[in-house]
Design a protein around this ligand. Sequence first.
Ligand code: KMH
Ligand code: ZN
Length: 276
Amino acid sequence: MASTLITVAPTGAEADKAAVPALPVTLDELVGTAKECEAAGAAVIHVHIRDEAARPTLDRGRLTATVAALREGTDLIVQLSTGGAVTDSFANRLAVLDAAPDACSLTCGTVNFGADVFSNPWGFIKELYQLTQERQVVPEFELFDLGQVATLHRLLGELGPPAGGHVHCDLVMGVPGGMPGDVPTLAAAVTALPDGATWSATGIGRTTLAVLFGALAAGGHLRVGMEDTLSFARGRPVARNAELVERAAELARLAQRPPMRPAEARAFLGIPGRPA
Ligand code: KMH
Ligand code: ZN
């Protein structure tokens, strides 16, 4: 039976801990969340970290310690964000790979991001991609609009296949400024992907459920978490990341595509197993 890759994105760079107390921001909170989400069916964790004041940071020491702690506490594939926060420099975003994660995000273009701009010019995309190839860190191609799918084709055409040999994408839908989180747009994006690519999708905010159901129906994989939505239902805040994973896993089982476990996900994504 085919299975469903579930990625949890528990923190992000945007939500404010003071306003969202359930957001995991310390290392202990992150590892505790990761364990619960793994038990609930996640196989990958997409990681943003915070500093002692709960502000987003790309501090190298903290990132390295985070990778080690997640490996110690879970079998999850550790995917560090190279997107960071909209205020992070390109140099700091490239340096994320110094923490030697299993995987990283790699966004394929610039996009309006609410009132901000999430900047990913072609030169930066190429440099980051080449670094993933050199360091053998498996990239997940983050696609916020259809133009970014065209850039992914250009990238693969110029620089060849990624570390691990397999192209896996994540459609990030419903960002104010990016592609809408609806089924016609999902279908258009999936149709445009490179041959042989696999994909997950996530819907930001109110688009979460439409994208989740659409992705399952179209044979895709799922990303959920408090980076992407802070409401479980109308008027009901998310209490913990694991409830979003539990819901995704339940729907995946109903779709006859149960959650993929981390070892299967490693083979699927071309990520080597951990040394014993
Ligand atoms: N925080 C956003 C500006 C990624 O993680 O690679 C970018 C983002 C994408 O979250
Ligand atoms: Zn992210």
